[in-house]
Design a protein around this ligand. Sequence first.
Ligand SMILES: *[C@@H]1O[C@H](CO)[C@@H](O)[C@H](O)[C@H]1NC(C)=O
Length: 417
Amino acid sequence: SLQQLSRVGVLVCAGEDGSRRRSRCSYDPGEIPSAHPNRPPPCREPAGSIHPDRVYLITDPAGTLCHRSLNPPRGSVEKPQCEINPFLPQPSTLKWASPLTDSASSPIYLQADWFSTALQGLNGQLAVSTITRAPTATKEHRVVLSVTTTTVSVQSRLGGPVLLDCGLWADPSSPLSGSGFAVEWRYQFRGDGRLVLAYDGKTDRLADVQEEGATLDYEGLHQRGNASLILREAKVRHSGLYICTVYLPYLVAQVTMELQVVEPPSLSIHPSPLPLAVPGQSFTVQCEASGFAPLALELSWEFKGTDGKSRPLGSGSLTGHRQAWDGTYSQSTRLELDSAELDLGRGGEVTCVAVHLGGTRRASVTLNVIGFSSPSIEDSMAMVGVALVLYGLIKFVSWTVTSSGSDEAGQREKKDK
Ligand SMILES: *[C@@H]1O[C@H](CO)[C@@H](O)[C@H](O)[C@H]1NC(C)=O
């Protein structure tokens, strides 16, 4: 609650080596955190007025809290974000975490001041969640459990492997460490949550896997506290929030990260090539964008004349989105081209442009307009050229037909096609 938050003032982070850095994670007295529950309010430069009672010294033997992204130079405009709350240690009732409290840990150890702190470093470099402990009524906190991620926001192409980073660290000098831990990965998208996998450290095995192709690196987990989630093959439905929760007996901490599977569209234009056009003739060009995710796409047309100038032709008439079996989307646009009305001159290049999070894609077709109305020299020459080609073609066709004598066979073949 807000009252509890305002208990906490400045965090001073200290590495094991005694080096101290003043972290800018503080709340001004009376400051009200934003209404958005998932986003802690921005940290403020400690106002000079902060009462010494609200300054806590936190020793972090792992040094995570002293990361530079949490400790920007004094006066930086951008601030890390943080939220500090009192924490109440209690046994977990979760299936894969409850065995952790079977063996009696020192309950006296639990009688202390506990804080839970969530921090977000600059530029999404790092998110940390810690549980700290201070002997009752002292302000000398020590990190007992910290969970970190360096992949706060991840973009992945479709089909590739994905690594969602989650590291855990437990103070080896704490009686709560050494008797096992549990890890749970959950997925959330638009209020819809589900378990991805759960690891029971007591039995050292996966307690549950709900997502095919999701796995952990066991060796890394035991040796380095590397609880990263590996998804073998990114699918569109994997986009969303992932929560890595780590349980120690009586303690829990979690970090959240976002995965977005991004795939740019493939474009195809029909018909291609475009038929030769005469002024006044109108025809339709269609552009299909397919295989893209997420949904947001901007389709438009451009025309580049023989003079080299480009101009927009609008978005054409767009169809609705369709979703394919793999979750990717497709959308089309149809453009009515009236060669006279649009003043397309002698032609040029018609380009379909798709602007997407995964990148901008373009596909072009050449438009040839033969100007009968006011033929220029080039037009006349082009027409002569076309006539010559046609003449040659007719000659050639009649020659092959007569020489090979396969007239009938040829026609049958055409019909078959
Ligand atoms: C954690 O494990 C994964 C998979 O083996 C690896 O790619 C990643 O680099 C590891 N992270 C750290 C911080 O060691």
